[in-house]
Design a protein around this ligand. Structure first.
Ligand SMILES: [Zn+2]
Length: 127
């Protein structure tokens, strides 16, 4: 399943940067492939289970399809039919649709508490 591979790639990238720190939230930018948000949310939760990223909030930014300009090398989102034939930035007609998938982990927020600290909430419920 495409989304599951995507989620594993996200979790991998997050864990590499987390270096053992507890992850609170992650912002990921995905381009070049339509993804189903709910499926990615679920897949992320599954892939993150048992890691420091377990329970982290996933903010998914899905970019629209884009074109790459051969004149200025700029990537532009296709927001109108015109963008498919001319670069919105420099006006060059030498544009190609950007089909390659991109996955960028833009931001990782870490929890202030470390994983080693005991969770106070687990004691709740009994008075
Ligand atoms: Zn251009």
């Amino acid at each position: 399943m495409h989304e599951m591979g995507l989620c594993e790639a996200i979790v991998d990238a997050v864990l590499q940067r987390a270096e053992g720190r507890r992850v609170r939230s992650v912002r990921v930018r995905v381009a070049g492939h339509p993804v189903v948000r709910e499926v990615v949310d679920q897949g992320f939760a599954m892939a993150a289970a048992g890691t420091v990223a377990e329970g982290a909030e996933l903010e998914l930014v899905v970019e629209p399809p884009g074109v790459v300009c051969r004149a200025c090398a700029e990537w532009s989102p296709v927001t109108s039919a015109r963008a498919l034939v001319a670069c919105p930035r420099c006006g060059s007609l030498d544009v190609a649709s950007a089909e390659d998938e991109r996955l960028v982990v833009e931001e990782i927020a870490f929890s202030a508490e470390t994983a080693a600290q005991p969770a106070a909430e687990t004691a709740g419920g009994r008075r």
